[in-house]
Design a protein around this ligand. Structure first.
Ligand SMILES: [Zn+2]
Length: 235
């Protein structure tokens, strides 16, 4: 695959910064995880909207991402909120921001949690659940800034809107968070060496959760042991 670069002009870099500032402010007033493209667009200038449109019309296959296109779906109205999740980060209690899941994966997740607790005495949290397609784009841009505007590099780690299982209620993804995490450890190593991960490998399928991005996956996505998706049928 001939991977193209996706250069951003200095003006576009400034637009990325500005979009992120506006998204950050919006976050204080509303739940940004559920924001629509319409609502996001209203916060932005014309040129910022043009950049959003450019990203939305990009085929991520040209950037090395080989995952499927699920389509841009409407934000579901029946999402269940997970408000009280607290894990330990570096030995201190840390609250996870409110997450959302459609009813079926929510119910399956609760059953998985119960079985895990019963069988191992430990617990996993939903660190990230549903993300609206517009929020997915905001997440993408956060990562673009963090990776010094290397869009192609981000494309193998974070899906563009319509390509993410986090925004696809028929194949809802959860990024699991361990009960105890350390910010000093490499996340991939920490998760893949955990007892919880070994338990997931053996048992998650019972609850209709499947690992999406194992090592050397066909989607061209980095190894993400914490990212599992729910689907009704194994097919
Ligand atoms: Zn994920």
């Amino acid at each position: 695959m001939n991977v193209k670069r996706f250069p951003l002009s200095s003006q576009e870099k400034k637009q990325v910064e500005s979009i992120l500032v506006k998204a950050g402010k919006a976050k204080e007033k509303r739940d940004i995880r559920l924001i629509t493209f319409g609502a996001l667009g209203k916060l932005l200038t014309g040129s910022e909207r043009t950049l959003i449109a450019r990203l939305r019309s990009t085929n991520p296959a040209t950037l090395g991402f080989k995952g499927r296109f699920f389509g841009i779906r409407k934000v579901p109205t029946d999402l269940v909120a997970l408000r009280r999740q607290t894990y330990q980060l570096d030995g201190k209690a840390k609250k996870i921001e409110t997450q959302y899941l459609p009813p079926a994966p929510y119910a399956a997740f609760k059953k998985l949690q119960q079985a895990l607790r019963k069988e191992t005495g430990t617990i996993l949290f939903a660190g990230s659940g549903y993300r609206s397609p517009a929020y997915q784009l905001v997440v993408f841009l956060w990562n673009v800034r963090r990776e010094h505007f290397n869009v192609a590099k981000v494309a193998t780690k974070v899906a563009l809107p319509g390509y993410s299982e986090h925004g696809n209620p028929k194949r809802q993804a959860i990024d699991f968070t361990l009960a105890k995490e350390s910010s000093k450890k490499n996340k991939t190593t920490m998760f893949s060496n955990s007892r919880e991960y070994r338990w997931l490998i053996k048992n998650a399928n019972r609850f209709h959760f499947y690992e999406s991005y194992p090592r050397n996956n066909k989607s061209g996505v980095i190894y993400e042991p914490w990212h599992w998706h729910y689907r009704e049928n194994a097919a």
